[in-house]
Design a protein around this ligand. Structure first.
Ligand SMILES: NC(=O)c1ccc[n+]([C@@H]2O[C@H](COP(=O)([O-])OP(=O)(O)OC[C@H]3O[C@@H](n4cnc5c(N)ncnc54)[C@H](O)[C@@H]3O)[C@@H](O)[C@H]2O)c1
Length: 377
């Protein structure tokens, strides 16, 4: 392990997700025979309290409130940025200008124009740029992807992919930057949860040709945490009914992104139904995969998958995977691909896929506004 090249990682935005990266990299040794060592060397956050949390990590040499200082550091090779969406474009462009590689948080810019500008800069810079989406690295999601790649479903009848949350059902949940258009973006819940839903379908080449969107805004204001109320003006729920052309036929493909889904704490799911086979996987049952087979009788079979991500770890094969595990697997995919060692495994969202997600979300806004289906190029 010690002879392997080390990648030095800087984090801009040490909030919820910045700390998850520290957790994933802090137990990097759990990955078996992984070709790249990785450690966090620098962290930037505006808030002293957030920065202080990172003091417990011995490899962190630089803590700063000014991300220009982090970008100027020769001790940083890759930068992970996890900040509110209105800051994505400026910070991502600065990372590339500084000559660093980038693992960007979704939604890869606050809107389509920002996503296109970031993707163009990534292309011109020649740096290695990918976007975050971790759930497809869970064993069940990987099996769904494999089965779809192998064409195990016969003629595809229908695809559903989505991500559901429920804590916003509480009207007293205080507002935050994710609930306001200025900081989250007009796309609202699509920017928040959409990248997770499109990753596998888009990677399979399932690019929709048109979309009809139903967007919902239920609570228009929320407690501001200071005794008053503040506007909560983003879309809460989004149902994107799309048409996919495959094998010369149109197939319905629905993307579901919800902050108001009763009882669903953090449920990512994918379902594909075909004439010969099918698959269903949901993080509600994290080790359970359902597959369909049409024979003389029609069978839905359930299998317990255990702990088998694309990048082997020391964790026992019968144990259950969770969020920190798929997040670490996503980081392994990023660093393996950067080192040319992905070897056919599933990779992180590419800039092209991120731009296409924004094209879909922009079309969804138009569709909802005009109450019509909108074509996608
Ligand atoms: N992949 C996932 O599962 C997942 C989950 C949640 C959020 N996200 C994404 O991660 C990003 C951040 O979300 P979060 O939940 O971590 O937010 P957060 O509010 O918990 O953290 C954001 C941090 O950025 C800091 N910050 C703001 N402006 C800054 C600046 N100019 N320089 C340095 N630091 C600054 C804040 O102080 C805060 O600590 C968003 O793009 C969000 O969509 C991804």
């Amino acid at each position: 392990m010690n002879n392997q090249p080390g990648v030095r990682i800087g984090i801009i935005g040490g909030g919820l997700m910045g700390r998850e990266v520290a957790s994933a990299l802090g137990r990097w040794f759990a990955l078996e025979n992984f070709p790249v060592r990785a450690e966090i060397t620098a962290v930037c956050d505006l808030a002293a309290k957030q920065r202080d949390w990172f003091r417990q990590i011995p490899s962190v040499k630089l803590l700063t409130a000014d991300y220009a200082e982090l970008l100027a550091s020769p001790e940083v090779d890759v930068v992970y940025v996890a900040v509110p969406h209105q800051l994505h474009e400026a910070i991502y462009l600065d990372v590339l200008k500084a000559g660093k590689d980038l693992l960007a948080e979704k939604p890869f810019g606050i809107d389509l124009a920002a996503a296109r500008a970031i993707a163009a800069a990534a292309r011109e810079s020649g740096r290695f740029v990918r976007c975050s989406s971790e759930f497809p690295f869970l064993p069940g999601a990987q099996r769904a992807w494999q089965l779809a790649k192998e064409g195990a479903f016969g003629k595809i009848l229908e695809i559903r992919s989505g991500f559901h949350h429920s804590s916003d059902l509480d009207p007293l949940k205080p507002v935050n930057w994710k609930r306001q258009v200025r900081t989250c973006g007009e796309i609202g819940v699509m920017g928040d949860l959409g990248m997770h839903a499109i990753h596998i379908p888009f990677r399979l080449g399932w690019n929709p040709k048109r979309v009809y969107a139903q967007l919902q805004k239920v609570y228009h204001e929320r407690p501001d945490g200071k005794g008053g109320m503040a506007p909560s003006d983003t879309w809460d729920n989004a149902l994107l009914h799309t048409d996919l052309e495959t094998d010369g036929r149109e197939v319905p493909m629905r993307f579901e992104m919800k902050r108001l889904a009763p009882g669903e704490t953090n449920t990512w799911f994918i379902e594909v139904y075909g004439t010969e086979g099918g698959v269903k996987y949901s993080t509600r049952e994290p080790k359970t995969l359902w597959t369909f087979q049409r024979g003389k009788e029609q069978l839905w079979q359930r299998v317990d998958l255990g702990f088998h991500g694309p990048f082997p770890t020391i964790t026992g094969g019968i144990f259950e995977p969770g969020f920190p595990d798929c997040f670490q697997q996503m980081w392994a995919a990023y660093l393996a691909e950067r080192a040319g060692r992905l070897d056919g495994r599933f990779g992180c969202v590419t800039p092209g896929e991120a731009v296409r997600s924004h094209e879909l979300f922009a079309a969804a806004l138009l569709s909802h506004r005009e109450k019509r289906a909108v074509d996608l190029c």
